[in-house]
Design a protein around this ligand. Structure first.
Ligand SMILES: Nc1ncnc2c1ncn2[C@@H]1O[C@H](COP(=O)(O)OP(=O)(O)OP(=O)(O)O)[C@@H](O)[C@H]1O
Ligand SMILES: [Mg+2]
Length: 587
């Protein structure tokens, strides 16, 4: 019996126990007698007993009247062994079914009320293999790993058409049990994000055996030198894409729902979009946008280098006029607009960030998102909040890669990437402040773009994408998983209701004159009460997949995988290298 939660009391025992025990003993005696009788019938002298009646024959064997013969003994022993093995198999099967394996968890008994093998068929190895074949993506892998079925320990994998959202508290195993397997168990390209080095150290070694590795560390969080660069303006091809770039700079430096003066914010957003567009169409470095933002009147700037002139000469007459009008505003009003937009792009004046976003004239390669999504390379976007919105650059790079994947995918067979792109957005709320992310969720699966976003809590997602955005993201995901360490008063009851109810047999005992009486009744009860969810133990998560009941799953740490040794070596190598680098050594 698996250990249950501390707050649960055992129900009173039933009166059926002794009767069931007696029944089992009688059944056993019957089987033994049957064996003795059956094998005695093989004895050449059985006829001497004068009857083949089982009682007479068994009595003859037990009293010694019928001396056993070798064949009879051999068959008796073999048949007993076969029956013993069968019985052991049934017991082990029953234990497995109950989840009472060596690494059982206090909540595993709940799995009996949740999704069973017949519900999970599409995620289990056979179903997953069939799905991968259907998508003609066998060369990529076996599907996106999720964890293991509680009880059987069989791996569960999501279709390469499904997008995922994972909500698990701090230190709950997001990176080591889900992100690492999802990054390593694909042969295709991977773009991933994080706010710390663990994900890079753990997977860089094995991933570099598959293709190039690009680590984007604009804030110098993990000490990665800029051996390559990416110009955010390469994303801008028209006003709409310039507006998207502007959005990511805004959301990266403000909280969703933060109040800003609507007039100034709106005007500042349009102005910044025009500046990005001007720099992009003229092939100017993104640092020009910083200069223009800090010199709204274009003082001492050659006329042909002003954004208004550039827009006009590149066919954007109306945008040029609109920008000119903003420039002509009364000083106070104009400054109001420019003050706003300057707060969003402070990062563009940061000398340490510049090597990542501007060409320094050396031979460093420029990152090409379109080439990347058809390669087998890995991109790590590392950033965090603070540092003057530097995470906007990493967010923009992720957005550029996903947008390129969508574009390329729509041109390939079936309108999807032939080799799916895994986008493992660990710490998504911190790194990828792309406000359209919840919108693209609903159709990225069909384009072969497999996004998995990871959040420490529901409210972390709300802070990044707003309540509506987070709701949208949650609803559009085909795989929704929650793990330990969550404690939000609105989200947990909601999750508890999604997992649903089950029928529970309740027993109550009462003392009677002639002994004890036990009555039973059936009641509906939440499978996971809010408090059960808040106390979800280590190594377990609840998986809510499209079209099937909620399942309790075991999280599989990378150490339990067959590539665990490679991961350990990678971690060891890159962690030590980081220590050497920070101590001033060479790489
Ligand atoms: N099922 C598990 N078995 C063994 N170790 C585990 C398991 N889950 C997590 N750990 C260990 O616990 C620590 C935290 O795990 P991990 O970094 O994966 O959590 P996380 O949810 O990503 O945390 P954070 O929110 O801080 O990023 C790691 O050292 C990891 O190896
Ligand atoms: Mg983590």
């Amino acid at each position: 019996m698996s250990p249950r939660e501390a707050h649960r009391r055992a129900q009173p025992g039933t009166n059926e126990g002794p009767a069931l025990f007696m029944l089992a003993v009688i059944a056993l005696l019957f089987v033994v007698a049957l064996l003795i009788w059956g094998t005695a019938m093989l004895n050449s002298k059985v006829g001497d007993l004068g009857s083949s009646n089982p009682f007479v024959v068994v009595g003859g064997v037990l009293s010694g009247k019928l001396a056993p013969e070798p064949l009879q003994i051999i068959v008796l022993v073999v048949a007993s062994l076969v029956l013993a093995v069968l019985a052991a198999g049934i017991v082990v099967g029953a234990i497995r079914q109950r989840g009472d394996t060596g690494d059982a968890s206090p909540v595993d008994y709940k799995a009996r009320s949740m999704a069973q093998t017949r519900h999970l068929r599409g995620l289990l190895p056979k179903g997953a293999a069939k799905d991968v074949k259907r998508l003609k993506a066998e060369h990529t892998g076996l599907g996106s790993p999720l964890g293991a079925q509680v009880g059987t320990g069989k791996p569960l994998r999501a279709s390469y058409e499904w997008v995922q959202i994972w909500l698990m508290g701090p230190r709950a195993g997001k990176t080591s049990c889900v992100c690492v397997p999802q990054i390593l168990e694909t042969a295709g390209p991977v773009t991933t994000t994080s706010n710390k080095r663990d994900i890079v150290d753990l997977t860089r070694g094995p991933r570099s055996m598959k293709g190039n590795v690009y680590v984007h560390d604009v804030q110098n969080i993990i000490g990665e030198p800029p051996t390559w660069w990416w110009n955010p303006l390469s994303f801008v091809v028209d006003y709409e894409s310039a507006a998207k770039l502007t959005d990511i700079f805004i959301t990266s430096s403000t909280e969703a729902g933060a109040t800003q003066d609507a007039y100034f914010k709106g005007a500042a957003k349009e102005t910044l979009t025009r500046l990005f567009l001007a720099a992009a169409v003229a092939g100017r470095p993104i640092t020009d946008v910083f200069e223009w933002a800090n010199n709204p009147k274009d003082e001492k700037v050659a006329p042909e280098l002003t954004p208004v002139y550039i827009l006009r000469t590149h066919g954007y007459e109306s945008q040029a006029r609109a920008l000119d009008r903003t420039k002509q505003l009364p000083d106070k009003q104009r400054e109001g607009v420019y003050d706003n937009l300057r707060t969003w792009i402070t990062v563009l004046g940061n000398e340490k960030v510049l090597p990542w976003i501007v060409d320094d004239g050396t031979t460093r390669p420029h990152f090409n998102p379109e080439k990347f999504v058809t390669s087998t390379s890995t991109l790590y976007g590392i950033s965090k909040e603070g540092d003057g919105s530097a995470r906007a650059i990493t967010g923009a790079l992720t957005m550029a890669v996903l947008t390129a994947a969508e574009r390329i995918g729509s041109r390939q067979l079936g309108g999807r990437l032939t080799t799916p792109l895994m986008a493992v957005l660990d710490e998504a709320a911190n790194v990828c402040r792309w406000k359209d992310l919840p919108d693209v969720y609903s159709h990225y699966g069909s384009r072969g773009i497999i996004i998995s976003s990871f959040f420490q809590s529901w409210s972390q997602g709300v802070e990044a994408y707003g309540e509506n955005g987070m709701q949208k993201l949650w609803s559009a995901a085909n795989i929704r998983a929650i793990g330990k360490g969550l404690s939000e008063k609105e989200f947990l009851p909601f999750a508890s209701s999604l997992i649903g109810d089950h029928d529970v047999v309740k027993r109550s005992s009462s003392a009677q004159k002639n002994g004890r009486s036990v009555t039973t009744s059936v009641q509906r009860e939440r499978i996971f009460e809010t408090s059960d969810l808040a106390a979800l133990p280590d190594g377990r998560a609840i998986l809510m997949a499209s079209g099937m009941p909620a399942a309790l799953i075991k999280l599989t740490h990378w150490g339990e995988k067959d590539y665990g040794e490679l991961v350990m070596q990678s971690q060891d190598y890159y962690e030590k290298k980081a220590v050497r680098m920070s101590a001033g050594g060479v790489s």
